[in-house]
Design a binder for this molecule. Structure first.
Ligand code: ATP
Length: 477
């Protein structure tokens, strides 16, 4: 696990994918910046999601709601009272932990030691305590299982307390009576409060969906595992509104659709699995996670939840505005049920890195050789092609520039003339560029270039006039 993170973090930093936030001040815990290639990759992931949701489905539209919302929103949604994690402090190290996570780690350890029965029993105890919101029981479990602080090694624990994950700040000047507002902990509520706006102005008929990509903020008790768990992150969420009674059908459909979407990015299907929730959130009547197998185990990347009419009903009650839909097919008014798909863009980014980064041994009888490659699906690769003049003279750079000019309107292309061609190939491999286009002396005569493929390292000779079409065919999903 440590090696995996070391590897990914240093590669992501070295090539401009992800930097620690405000690094010159030693960073800010669980906050990260995306660099020049990271933001390209992120944009490509967003586009892939947005197209497959909004563009391909006539009954799904997208919105972009504000991060700040009326504070009553979070009363209605249950976040003010219920969006908590159980927290515990070690009195010696003064370190804060999530009580449930400490217990989860113990379960992992039991499993590693082959104590499967003990692990299963502890999991059951943990689920029961969480379901009952029983903080005293959580503390007892920690004591009974001799769980020690990973830093101090002692069992000198405080009581378990609830810790609300929402960030808050003041809106307006103090003299006016400043109001406490929250940074949204999920994008979903921006969709619910706009349900009727969109339904009416878009003349949407149930079943229909509203999609959104945007930032969310959670004051996570512990920050760990790089961009897996951040305090500022991005979500891509769909709220799909359906007729009551049909929600399980749609839940099944979205569950399948979403897994296919992940697999289309080229990962080994064995690396993905569904994980049904034993503990349901206060708003859900069914919930499943799509998990990806990292070197440190299967972890949630996306959640699909049947949210019932909980949110719209709550907003109706708190706002006193009707949240009903008139269904002309059955001549009835009702509050729709909702099926949600919610994916963390940053976690998706991490799965894509984990799935793509390979160290390949290319040694032959003659020489030792290896390379580092990011084997991104071409559709999400930050740079689609690199144009490389074989030498810096004889008119080759000019020819290469002409090719660049023709391609860069449609694709993100890099130009590179520095160092030997082999070294340039390696640089492109390391950032996941699927195609290298080499311009040589012959090109000046026959208007043909060599395309070198990242994964196979094979080369083919093609006409310059065909380049755009060839790249276009290969970089779509
Ligand atoms: P976890 O159990 O890992 O805290 P969650 O079940 O609270 O996650 P949801 O509220 O279902 O997560 O959020 C939907 C998605 O948002 C998750 O599947 C995940 O990809 C992403 N997500 C949630 N919290 C974070 C975070 N702190 N950093 C990055 N992504 C996150």
């Amino acid at each position: 696990t440590d090696d995996f993170f070391k590897n990914i973090i240093s590669h992501a930093k070295e090539y401009g994918f992800v930097f620690p936030s405000s690094e010159i001040y030693d960073g800010l815990s669980a906050v990260y910046d995306y660099g020049q290639l990271g933001s390209e990759l992120k944009n490509n992931l967003k586009t892939y999601w947005w197209k497959s949701m909004v563009q391909l489905n006539e009954n799904i539209v997208g919105i972009d709601a504000a991060i700040f919302m009326h504070p009553t929103t979070w009363k209605a949604s249950g976040h003010v009272d219920g969006f908590n994690d159980p927290m515990i402090d070690n009195k010696d190290s003064k370190k804060r932990y999530r009580a449930d996570q400490l217990i989860e780690d113990k379960i992992d350890r039991y499993e590693k030691d082959g104590k499967t029965d003990k692990a299963a029993q502890l999991q059951q105890d943990l689920d029961d305590a969480l379901n009952a919101d029983d903080l005293v029981r959580l503390k007892t479990i920690i004591e009974e299982h001799n769980i020690v602080c990973p830093i101090s090694g002692t069992k000198n624990w405080t009581e378990v307390r609830q810790f609300n994950l929402m960030f808050d700040t003041q809106m307006g000047a103090m003299a006016d009576g400043a109001e406490k507002v929250y940074l949204r902990p999920e994008t979903a509520q921006g969709i619910f409060v706009n349900f009727l706006n969109v339904q009416k102005t878009g003349r949407m008929k149930i079943p229909f969906g509203i999609a959104q990509i945007g930032k969310a903020f959670r004051n996570e008790v512990i920050a760990r595992q790089f961009i897996m768990r951040m305090r500022e992150f991005e979500q891509m969420e769909l709220q799909f509104f359906v007729r009551p009674g049909t929600e399980m059908e749609w839940y099944k459909k979205w569950k399948e659709t979403r897994l296919k979407w992940h697999l289309a990015l080229g990962a080994d299907p064995a690396k993905y699995r569904y994980h049904d929730h034993a503990k349901l959130a206060h708003y859900a009547n069914a919930a499943v996670d799509i998990e990806y197998e990292f070197p440190f185990g299967f972890k949630e990347v996306e959640g699909i939840h049947s949210r019932t009419d909980f949110d719209l009903k709550q907003h109706q009650e708190f706002s006193k505005k009707k949240m009903q839909y008139f269904d002309p097919e059955i001549n009835q008014n009702y509050i729709p049920y909702v099926v949600e798909t919610s994916i963390g863009l940053d976690r998706l980014f991490l799965t894509v890195l984990a799935n793509s980064l390979v160290h390949e041994d290319l040694s032959s009888e003659e020489k030792q050789d290896s390379r580092v490659v990011l084997k991104f699906h071409p559709a999400i690769a930050p740079v689609k092609a690199a144009v490389l003049p074989l030498t810096k003279k004889d008119g080759l750079p000019e020819k290469a520039r002409e090719i660049m000019a023709a391609l860069k309107l449609d694709y993100n292309i890099q130009y590179d003339e520095k160092d030997a061609i082999g070294k340039r190939y390696r640089r492109q491999d390391a950032i996941g560029t699927p195609y290298c286009i080499t311009v040589d002396h012959q090109s000046l005569e026959d208007n043909m270039v060599t395309i070198r493929h990242r994964d196979s390292m094979e080369q083919e000779r093609v006409a310059i006039t065909d380049l755009s079409r060839i790249i276009g065919e290969r970089v779509s999903l």
